[in-house]
Design a protein around this ligand. Structure first.
Ligand code: UDX
Length: 454
């Protein structure tokens, strides 16, 4: 076991799969550097402590009723997070206070708190308790940098966007296009804007921001983050390059897709997953199914319970569709995503472009077809298609012919060849950053030393 350094870090993830994965990966990174780890978590979406025997897990109440916990959490993520942000404040403060009181009896010192930028009360709590707090951004730095201007964009009169302006760039927020704005800003600004303002204000009071990103992907945005928030910025790389996300999965992963992939030709399979929170309609599900079937490429498709609201899986399909799917495809409720992307048979990823999925795809050199749901996914998708040019952005509504065309172009078309070449270059650049001496590797060292010096 690695030598311990006598310091303990307290981590507090937001209870969503896309936030729990990076926080537990960061826990592993810090643990490998000698820090002991305590992870405070809500009852809702509690991580599996048994998968991480080296860490201490402490559960706090979140005030959600059984019904709220059991109903589909993706039906309104914003209002769920708003509730938990109110309910968890005092249990969190009590828990942290107790830990700090107890530390005088322990041989270790609690050096800092690291929590998600989506927690609104943690900065104030850490200030009262005199504990330095670092913010973990599970978004691309470019997106966190836009938090101060998002409420202003709403008042700028960009929306609604006319057809003639749809493809224009949003000058304040490149490479976003005006047609992307409504799905970033949402419809209910009254709920979102105070959340954005508090996040900006508390992040500026923090001791630093940790980005799951690297200079090779966004050097300018990282510099800008430091200028906007005026705190140290650590770009410690795609965390899963150091530690896999598998052990922090909230859902049971269906491993049967791996032997299925073993029987497919090299780079022939398109992997399809829209992450843990995106919802689509029954008609979208059907369009994706026919797009995949008609593309004649083999596919692995994650249809998680709740992807279509109220549905557990593929029950909305007719027998005819199921038969056609089974001829070429494998459907699972949840996949071991990193393993799938690393499999030699996988040659493309139809993704919603959550930041974790986008990074995991880049690190495995898998080009993407982008079908973003909203929020930061719109931005990630534009970076993939318009800046790095390692994928194809599907515009407009989900439509079978567009999906079929994109799959064929990416997997077998000549346009796909160039995309694959660029993806290989990007994969190598990002891969170098996490190796000994690379920019991300050095940033982890700087972060560890910074925490030790507090
Ligand atoms: C959410 C937001 O939607 C996203 O925009 C933000 O960047 C992070 O928080 P989510 O939608 O779940 O996350 O997407 P993503 O960031 O891609 O995270 C999903 C994680 O679940 C990935 O680590 C992926 O490997 C894992 N996963 C996904 C699986 O292990 N199995 C699956 O079948 C699907």
């Amino acid at each position: 076991m690695e030598k311990r350094n006598g310091q303990r870090v307290i981590l507090f993830p937001l209870p969503l799969q896309g936030c729990i994965n990076p926080m537990l990966q960061l826990a592993n990174i810090l643990h490998s550097r000698g820090f002991s780890i305590t992870l405070i978590h809500t009852r809702f979406n509690a991580p599996r402590a048994s998968s991480h025997p080296l860490f201490t897990f402490l559960q706090i109440p979140d005030g959600l009723s059984e019904t709220q916990i059991n109903e589909d959490p993706t039906s309104n993520v914003m209002s769920l997070l708003a509730k938990i942000n109110v309910n968890a404040e005092s249990p969190f403060r009590d828990c942290l206070q107790k830990l700090l009181l107890l530390q005088s009896q322990e041989s270790e010192r609690i050096s800092c708190l690291i929590d998600d930028c989506g927690w609104l009360f943690t900065q104030s709590v850490s200030e009262i308790l005199n504990l330095p707090r670092f913010v973990l951004s599970t978004f691309k730095a470019t997106f966190l940098n836009a938090y101060p201007i998002l409420p202003l964009l709403r008042t700028k009169g960009y929306l609604p966007v006319s057809d003639s302006e749809a493809e224009d760039s949003v000058l304040e927020f490149p490479p976003l296009q005006k047609r992307d704005l409504s799905r970033v800003l949402g419809e209910d600004g009254e709920e979102l804007d105070p959340f954005l303002r508090t996040t900006v204000e508390t992040t500026m009071r923090s001791s630093g921001i940790i980005f799951m990103s690297c200079e090779e992907l966004e050097e300018d945005s990282l510099t800008l983050a430091n200028e906007i928030y005026k705190v140290p910025v650590f770009a410690t790389g795609p965390f899963h390059s150091y530690f896999s996300a598998s052990s922090s999965s909230l859902f049971t992963q269906d491993e049967t897709c791996i032997p299925w992939l073993d029987n497919q030709e090299d780079k022939s399979v398109i992997y399809v997953s829209l992450g843990s929170v995106v919802n689509i309609t029954e008609s979208d599900l059907s369009e994706i199914a026919w797009g995949l079937i008609n593309s004649k490429q083999p596919f692995v498709w994650v249809v998680r319970p709740g992807l279509v609201r109220g549905a557990q899986g593929i029950e909305p399909f007719s027998e005819e569709v199921v038969r056609s799917i089974e001829e070429r495809g494998k459907i699972v409720k949840w996949a071991p995503q990193q393993e799938v992307l690393a499999h030699g048979a996988v040659g493309g990823f139809l993704t919603h472009n959550g930041w974790n999925s986008t990074l995991e795809s880049i690190c495995e050199g898998v080009p993407m077809i982008c079908l973003p749901g909203g929020w930061d996914q719109m931005l990630n998708s534009r970076f993939v298609s318009d800046v790095w040019k390692v994928g194809i952005h599907l515009e407009g509504r989900i439509e079978r012919r567009e999906i079929e065309k994109a799959v064929r172009m990416l997997m077998v078309g000549s346009g796909g060849e160039k995309i694959r070449e660029r993806m290989n270059v990007l994969k190598d650049e990002v891969g170098r950053s996490v190796k000994h001496g690379g920019s991300s590797f050095r940033s982890i060292e700087t972060l560890a030393n910074h925490i030790l010096s507090l």
